[in-house]
Design a protein around this ligand. Sequence first.
Ligand SMILES: [Zn+2]
Ligand SMILES: [Zn+2]
Length: 128
Amino acid sequence: MNLSTPNREKYHSYLKSYEWHQKKCEWIASGRPAFCFACEKAMPYVNAKGFNFHHRTYENLYHEKLDDLIPLCSEHHQELEIEFRVIRNHNVDLKTWTYVFISMVRFKKGLTAINKSKISIVMGDFNE
Ligand SMILES: [Zn+2]
Ligand SMILES: [Zn+2]
């Protein structure tokens, strides 16, 4: 999805909507890990300032499945999106880039690799 074209306004109001807030509540209720998938900084409550839900795919935009989303701190979310704007010209899709980006940050921080960590529950579909 290209966020610079018509749906931009709709998208931005969606991110402030009750439905979007409900997604976060759903995430917590599901027992999925509530921390930044890159650095594991804890998300203490759903509306924690600086906590974002990143779309791994826009396939189901406005009707996302929980597995389409992952929590990221604002620092890593911003980094991921900025670097994706550069790398997307090389035929890398967002889901792949999300996986690669998170793997790199985790490696640099000495955190457990994705496939051996709690986040593998969500990220494990990558090799499908
Ligand atoms: Zn982070
Ligand atoms: Zn994002």
